[in-house]
Design a protein. Structure first.
Length: 400
């Protein structure tokens, strides 16, 4: 197209933009454009009606965001995937798409804090019934499924005590009553576990954690059958919790090293779990890779490896010990996050479960002196030495 105006106002808008860009770039461009232009009105209409591939408006779809969705779709072995501004948007949009007034949802007590709030506070407002079972009491979960439900919502491993749910067994039971099975696979990552292969209908992630891996972008994604994902996508498109293209770019860049990072984090977390199991100032270590873990056998059955997150309990009831211990770690952020290249530690008492009282935490099986540890990609020897010095000096100070 030839544009002849020399007017500065017109030039500043149109100069240099004679053609739609980018056929040969090797790296995924961040497409900030909110809308997508069509000279051919018939094509525009066909794209808008979904009869031809393409993009119309950024709240709905965007080329950068689509690349992110396609990567996760293939990693999870799903028919389709759609993305969200955060992990919580993925979870809430999925639940609100699937559930209607009068429906019932079966889940467990150990879901992510925000998910728990959706169950306890927001679903009831819309006349949706729910029951939260003990996470590893599979007989009780099966009994609740048999009482009738439209959705079975699982998370495995859980945060922060790394409980493992028998996805295959529970999914099978849920299918027998016609329920949709959802699994939050954030902690496992698609490198270690693919819930769709175990019978789940939908798998979702907080991409903020391991998928992005650098603690610099929020995002969420859900994968599953074409029809269900189309419904969830439609709700998200209208609800507006769209993943930003800039965040999508950071997540794509992070995803390129997902396997490398997670393999390293698997191995480091296992070494650290073994080290801590032997340490006199540690009373409990929670990691699915340990033979002593309550559900080790199920973890072995359904996971290829056990992930980068573990938790452990100092051998004292005194929270002051945690106060003293955590700041001594040289190679860890003390922050409310996990799954990044840096090691991150957090006590649930100030992090993931800060809103519960001490008593409620005890009821949820979360000791006050528990520490969640998300292994980064540092040298595992450095991390173990760091833990050793922090534990030993804290122990000495407390017993001195
Ligand atoms: C962090 C997290 C979420 C929520 O993700 P956001 O991106 O923070 O909204 C959901 N599930 C699990 C297991 C998480 O760790």
């Amino acid at each position: 197209m030839i544009r002849e105006s020399r007017n500065k106002a017109t030039l500043s808008v149109w100069a240099g933009e004679e053609k739609y860009l980018m056929d040969t770039v090797t790296q995924v461009p961040v497409v900030h454009s909110v809308s997508f232009g069509y000279d051919d009105l018939d094509k525009w209409r066909d794209v808008a009606l979904g009869k031809q591939p393409g993009h119309i408006y950024g709240r709905n779809t965007n080329p950068t965001v689509s690349v992110f969705e396609e990567k996760v779709r293939q990693l999870e072995g799903a028919e389709a995937a759609t993305s969200f501004s955060t992990g919580m948007a993925a979870i809430s949009n999925t639940l609100f798409t699937l559930l209607s007034p009068g429906d019932r949802c079966v889940s467990v007590k150990d879901t992510y804090g925000g998910t728990n709030v959706i169950f306890n506070k927001f679903l009831p407002k819309f006349g949706i019934d729910f029951v939260l079972c003990d996470t590893t009491d599979f007989d009780a979960i099966e009994a609740e499924i048999a009482n009738g439900c439209q959705v079975l919502y699982m998370e495995s491993p859980t945060n922060p005590t790394c409980k493992v749910m028998d996805i295959e067994r529970l999914a099978q039971k849920a299918k027998s009553v016609g329920a949709t099975v959802i699994v939050d696979n954030t902690l496992a990552t698609p490198i270690n576990q693919n819930p769709l292969e175990l019978g789940a209908d939908l798998v979702l992630h907080s991409a903020t954690k391991f998928l992005g891996g650098h603690a610099d972008a929020l995002g969420g994604v859900v994968c599953g059958p074409v029809d269900t994902i189309a419904n969830i996508y439609h709700f998200r498109e209208i609800n507006g919790a769209t993943l930003h293209p800039e965040a999508a770019y950071l997540l794509i860049r992070g995803l390129k090293t997902l396997a490398l990072r997670v393999e390293r984090q698997n191995s480091t977390a296992m070494q650290i779990a073994n080290f801590l199991s032997e340490h006199p100032f540690i009373s409990n270590v929670f990691y699915p890779g340990l033979k002593t873990h309550l559900n080790h056998e199920i973890a072995v059955k359904q996971m290829r490896n056990f992930g980068g997150v573990l938790s452990f309990q100092l051998a004292t009831d005194d929270f002051d010990a945690v106060r003293m211990f955590l700041p001594k770690l040289k190679y860890a952020h003390r922050a409310a996050n996990l799954g990044a290249v840096e090691t991150i530690v957090a006590p649930p008492a100030t992090g993931s479960h800060v809103e519960l009282t001490e008593q409620e935490r005890a009821l949820a099986g979360i000791p006050e002196t528990l520490v969640r540890y998300s292994a980064g990609i540092e040298d595992p020897k450095d991390l173990i030495e760091d833990l050793a010095q922090a534990l030993d000096t804290t122990h000495a100070a407390l017993s001195g």
